[in-house]
Design a protein around this ligand. Sequence first.
Ligand code: GLA
Length: 389
Amino acid sequence: MNDLLIKNTTTFFTATFGNAPDKIVLSPGRINIIGEHIDYNDGYVLPAAIDKIICFTFDKNNSNTANIHAIDLNESVVIDVTKEEVVTDIVWTNYLRGVLFQLKLKGYEIGGFNCAFSSTIPTGSGLSSSAALECGFLFGINEMFSLNIKPVDIALMGQSAEHWVGINCGIMDQFSSVMGLENKVIKIDCRTLEYTYHDANFADYSLVLFDSNVKHSLFTSEYNNRRIECHEGLAIIKENYPEINSFRDCDISHLTNLKSKMTDNVYKRSLYAVKEIKRVTQACEALDIGDIATLGKLMFETHEGLSEDYEVSCAELDFIVALAKDEKDIIGSRLMGGGFGGCAITLVKKGSETAVIEKFTKLYVDAFNIDLKIYNVKISNGTSLYKNN
Ligand code: GLA
């Protein structure tokens, strides 16, 4: 599937700009096994890059102009790379403008270039198409203009680009898109950015993504609100326990002692963060020893926390996870990514995938009159150069 994507993107570039691209960059989306909404809370996360990708084609054009085509949208934009960027109404261009803004901010000098890109990452499904866009674009510019930006800094600049667009995200998506490795999940310590790779071996279970096919419009404002609420919670904890610097150093007892000093929401968000940080460590240990039952149980617990305490789920995702809980051939399931729609990442017994998918698809459409979408993903390498002339 990606061979066709690469071929079509290259053909488009050549037909549009009159020469073959000099650089082809592949930039993946990501899944996350566990560790949701804690990358910005000094937690650990356990994501992986996947084989759904954006293919970028590039060449320098000896001008000051970037001519960029979003093939799937049939839209293009012309940007003067010497000018200061501003956020515009055309959303997809903002992620790219955000990258150019970061380059300028950090003093990198670039010239004009031509670029065309096309994607197999569904948007709004919690698979981080925006991180793939930012990081793949920056990776290509880095290659074309030999800027020597290191991979982790590509991820950090991608994250800053996303902040510039207006989502105050953590580092998980950009880091996993850039640093992914085939068949490995990455345990990232989001406080220090230290990371370790772990075998993505789910024994008798397959990873299946059930896409609720809903995208609730609350995402950006509610996401940013959660960060503010967690910040408030931590400030109250620090005030009362000066030795504590982060949710990572907290126990549930610290929180229960402070419950009366927090609003109900701030208490619930903080409680979720403290519990989720502990779950990731347990989940990673379980994965390492092939204890998929424990991993699955923790995934269900995460969903419950995201739904009840963090309140970032929705009726459709709760429905899918409730079905999963009742299904003997499923060992774990939870909403993945920022929430308010998108996918439930689910571990389904090998051999029963088809039967489970058929059953869920029918029950879901009966309940919501919405088609459930299914993705089978392979854990793959991070952002990379496909061809270097
Ligand atoms: C979005 C953000 C990430 C992370 C997840 C939730 O994908 O971009 O930084 O916070 O939500 O875990």
